[in-house]
Design a binder for this molecule. Structure first.
Ligand SMILES: Cc1ncc(COP(=O)(O)O)c(C=O)c1O
Length: 461
């Protein structure tokens, strides 16, 4: 199905809802875990966020628009910070990065992960202290590494032997000793409640544990003595609800930590467990609270360190999605409603795969509601699609919307804070939507809408 030429989901014919999706008793009801905390239905039945009506937001900022509940994002950042005491929480900027959000997470005491020169430039321009920035990436250029060194970023996560050589040469020239971690591929692939533990690791990131590259990389850095090897790093996947994958990964990476100690007499002081903590996109998802995750991960590390007779290293984690994902919903306007041969009802909105590629790319599931009013109509199984020239341009594969959904209605899709605006494109020359932060009854634009002039400004031929 994924290989279908017309789009990932085009071959998926049928009008039945998936087994997990039940017709709602009240089609207007909001499932609390799917929505930013400040979202509610007002007395007129329309959605409000921190007291502001969605129709007013749409009138002022246009649609589509990403609406960020600032207090929600801040409280999720604090939840992680509080649930992981003595752990450095790096917000993974790839999930969504702009200056206002960087300031929010910095004010809440978080660190920041970046993985390109562009993300680094954004972080620095927002005033993020360089020592609180970690720099990832499997192909950092010499220019990017130079910039990171000159800025004094707190740590660089090494991903290849080529990079070790590059960074060592740059550090020698500059007579600096940057902090580094070695990214280890531990042979654990975790998504939702499932994980696979393999002996080999066929992917572009990191140094293979099973093949011996991870140990060789750590020995090389220690033996050359130019870079300051702070510890090991592993990231095992995304949208993870279960900690069993972390357990296997911790066991494997701490065995390497013990091997390094035994071979070189060095106990590395830090360990990064990566990100990937899951969120609720639909009622099928039931993520653990950060408090629970914090306890479970601490227990795993304590017992695996005891088994290897290692001191517990200073830990860090890198949640992205779990901080920004649930804090945002996308507000669209419906343009057409089409019933196709009694097979399926297509509700077309004014955005699509250019503002949310996750449905097409990952076969992701989302939820939606009609946002500008409450309805007394029966629930109708619908598919929310975009306006792009692509049959796989689907935003929400299956959702019950009121049967009277019509052009001009506003549709809100929750859980779009992570990997939506950050992966947005200009496909079909559609300008990318703005991001509006709402707090205490007022809204402010934090990323403006792209314009056709912006698009044409790049077209210099
Ligand atoms: C190294 C690393 N850390 C953290 C993350 C963040 O993952 P998530 O947003 O799912 O928490 C990613 C995501 O790809 C990653 O590659």
């Amino acid at each position: 199905m994924r290989a279908h030429e017309a789009g990932a989901l085009h071959g998926d014919i049928g009008h039945r809802e998936p087994a997990w999706l039940r017709p709602p008793v009240d089609v207007n009801a909001l499932v609390p875990q799917l929505w930013p905390r400040a979202v509610a239905r007002g007395v007129d039945g329309a959605l409000t966020v921190a007291g502001l009506g969605v129709a007013d937001l749409a009138a002022e900022y246009g649609t589509p628009v990403y609406v960020l509940d600032e207090d929600d994002l801040r409280s999720r950042a604090r939840d992680f910070r509080d649930a992981f005491p003595d752990v450095d929480v790096y917000y993974a900027g790839k999930a969504f990065l702009c200056r206002a959000v960087i300031r929010m997470i910095a004010e809440e005491g978080l660190h920041l992960d970046v993985c390109t020169g562009g993300e680094l430039a954004t972080a620095l321009s927002a005033g993020m202290p360089a020592e609180r920035i970690g720099f990832h990436g499997n192909n950092k250029s010499v220019a990017e590494l130079t910039r990171a060194l000159d800025a004094g970023v707190g740590r660089i996560i090494l991903d290849s032997f080529t990079e070790i050589d590059r960074l060592t040469a740059l550090a020698r020239e500059r007579k600096v000793r940057p902090g580094v971690l070695v990214r280890v591929t531990v042979g654990v692939e975790a998504h939702t409640h499932e994980f696979i533990a393999t002996a080999h690791e066929d992917q572009k990131f990191g140094f293979s544990l099973a093949g011996g590259a991870a140990a060789a990389a750590a020995f090389k850095v220690i033996d050359e003595g130019v870079l300051d090897l702070r510890g090991l790093h592993s990231h095992i996947g995304s949208q993870i609800f279960d900690t069993s994958g972390f357990e296997v990964s911790a066991r494997r990476i701490l065995a390497l930590q013990a091997q390094i100690r035994d071979a070189r007499g060095v106990e590395l002081p830090e360990l990064d467990l990566g990100g990937g903590f899951g969120i609720a996109y639909t009622t099928q998802d039931d993520p653990a609270a950060p408090q629970e995750l914090g306890k479970r991960l601490r227990k795993i590390i304590d017992s695996e360190c005891a088994a290897e007779n290692l001191a517990v290293p200073h830990l860090s984690i890198e949640p992205g999605r779990a901080i920004v994902g649930p804090a945002v919903f996308t507000l669209y306007e419906v343009g057409t409603v089409k019933n196709v041969d009694g097979l399926r009802t297509y509700v077309s909105v004014d955005g699509g795969m250019s503002d949310n590629i996750r449905t097409a790319l990952y076969d992701a599931s989302y939820s939606a509601t009609v946002a500008n009013r409450a309805s007394t109509a029966e629930p109708l199984l619908a598919r929310v699609v975009g306006k792009h020239c692509e049959a796989g341009d689907i935003v929400v594969k299956d959702e019950f919307l009121p049967a009277d959904v019509q052009p001009g209605d506003l549709v809100a899709v929750p859980g779009t804070g992570a990997y939506c605006r950050s992966m947005a494109s200009n496909y079909n020359h559609v300008p990318r939507p703005p991001v509006v932060a709402v707090r205490d009854g007022s809204a402010r634009l934090i990323v403006r809408r792209e314009t056709e002039e912006d698009l044409l400004a790049l077209d210099v031929g």
